[in-house]
Design a protein around this ligand. Sequence first.
Ligand code: BTN
Length: 244
Amino acid sequence: LGKKIHYFEEVSSTNSVAKEIAASEEEGALVIAEIQKGGRGRMGREWVSPHGGIWMSVILKPGIPLRHASRLTLVAGLAVANVIRDMGLDARIKWPNDVRINGKKVCGILTEAKAEVDRVDYVVLGIGINVNMDLKDIPESFRAGSTTLKVELGKHIRRVSFLQDFLFELEQQYISFKTQPFSHILNDWLALSDTIGREVKVTTPSRIIEGRAVGVTPDGALIIRKADNTKEEIIAGRCIYARP
Ligand code: BTN
């Protein structure tokens, strides 16, 4: 991964650029930018992307059924968490895609796929990591729930070596994804997730589900046990912990 890199000083969104070129690009090509003016988060939210972060999108062509594309979000989250843990920080994953340190978000992932019938043509893994920003660089409305690697480590991080380590780790996980049963990745993901066992409130475009998070399906859907003891699987939504 990352043999070919499209580097920009400024883009609207690296995911948008990656989607435009994905059809003619080889697997593993990377789009990366210093700043994004129209960075996109999940569920139509804005993703603030100032100088100092890593804003990138990886083009993958795994040839999987579309329903498995969300598994790649877990693959990417696991890779980010592992690399941050190697720096000595206790990174955890909040379903489905936030990597957090001490309960504060340091990374978000936006997976977008294009499929023909049921096979994916390509998957764009958009990864945003707060690296060298100070808290003042993060808009006030997000500041309380966010952190950066520089804030957590108390020192400036070399983004290029971080990126090298991350791409190496992502490639390892991606190879495992393609060659091993998905349960391997899922078990590693579960070990780093702080969502399972918690009381949660998940908001989807159509409704709100409350209960205890009791597991994740092989496709990455969150399993919630509700007060009436019935279970529900949620493939996409915004998850809030009832107790921090
Ligand atoms: C989220 O937590 O809501 C997902 C945030 C994803 C942000 C990254 S930054 C690189 C890529 N380009 C975008 O516009 N979004 C993703």
